[in-house]
Ligand binder design. Structure first.
Ligand code: FO1
Length: 312
């Protein structure tokens, strides 16, 4: 089968994952479904904020601030300045343009629209061909347990700058929520599944923790490959390596492969070539750092290349 004709499901979190999703969207368009972590979601200032969905939508919709890694390009901060002037909370910043999305989403969810339906309409309005699927329509919360407290994800990541030592990561599912039909159907119909170079503990594990999702991946016949979020033992952005050390896990590609026991193949950076000998599934070595949009497409092509090995 031509690799561009495959129906592919990508699992991803924010920045790094969204970059690969961008490349895959450029190559596959409507044949791509992106299942996005919503464990980082929270209510802030009365608004429903879905940071990883926002990052994926803005990135694929060509609206993202590439340098900052989150939020919209050309942003202004009048709302934040005014909020601070009135003594409001400013630790988590909502830009003026970004605010429009949070207001629309909050209003839709309050009116009973599902997060999946809201996200579908938003993606259509922004001419995004791929299906962008929240991992669940139910509230899930990634909780970080440190020596002193148990805090919500954004309090740890933004409020505390990801500085406290992580002892444990937990996933709250207060309403006994499950995976959506849209997610389960896309996985069931997929010709291949790609785990983006997102943080395995903070971005992919919350997705795998949604009831129904891991069993769907474990029973699917389609090959599952992952792209390493580590290059030379470090993450390009974010605290992946820091958290692995704090959890007592070696910061290597071999550890990432061990973390996902259902993998059929692995894409990793050529600087980690020496690690490849310790990995028992097929490996594709390439340059995994995505500095430009062309490099996102090139890494997406490398993933499709690895998937050719599994064609019968
Ligand atoms: N990240 C920050 O470091 N500081 C912020 O003030 C901040 C605000 C914010 C607002 C909307 C949004 O969609 C994302 C935002 N992020 C911010 C990014 C976010 O905290 C993280 O990058 C993700 O949750 C991790 O993937």
């Amino acid at each position: 089968m031509n690799q561009g004709d495959k129906k592919i499901v990508a699992l991803c979190g924010g920045v790094g994952g969204a970059k690969l999703a961008y490349g895959l969207n450029r190559l596959l368009g409507a044949k791509l479904s992106v299942v996005v972590n919503t464990g980082d979601d929270f209510e802030h200032l009365g608004l429903s904020v879905s940071p990883d969905l926002d990052t994926v939508i803005y990135t694929l919709g060509e609206l993202a601030d590439e340098e900052r890694g989150w939020g919209r390009a050309g942003e202004s901060w009048n709302f934040m300045d005014a909020l601070g002037g009135l003594g409001g909370e400013t630790w988590f910043r909502l830009g003026d343009r970004d605010l429009a999305l949070h207001v629309l989403r909050s209003r839709a969810l309050r009116a009973g629209v599902s997060l999946t339906d809201f996200t579908r309409e938003l993606a259509q309005r922004l001419n995004i061909a791929a299906a962008i699927l929240p991992m669940s329509d139910d509230p899930f919360a990634t909780m970080i347990v440190t020596a002193d407290e148990r805090m919500s994800f954004q309090r740890y990541f933004v409020g505390a700058q990801a500085q406290p030592v992580v002892k444990r990561i937990e996933f709250d599912n207060p309403g006994k929520g499950t995976a959506t039909n849209a997610v389960l159907q896309s996985i069931g119909n997929a010709d291949a599944i790609i785990l983006c170079p997102s943080n395995p503990y903070l971005s992919i594990d919350p997705i795998l923790a949604v009831p129904g999702l891991l069993p769907a991946l474990e029973t699917v016949k389609a090959p599952i490959v992952a792209v390493s979020p580590l290059v030379g033992g470090r993450a390009i952005k974010g605290p992946t390596a820091k958290i692995m050390s704090e959890l007592g896990v070696e910061t290597s590609c071999a550890s990432i492969v061990r973390h996902y026991p259902f993998l059929d193949g692995f894409v990793m950076d050529q600087v980690d070539q020496s690690d490849a000998a310790r990995i028992e599934i097929p490996v594709h070595l390439t340059d995994t750092i995505m500095r430009s949009k062309d490099e996102r497409i090139r890494l997406a092509e490398a993933c499709l290349k690895l998937l050719e090995q599994f064609d019968r």
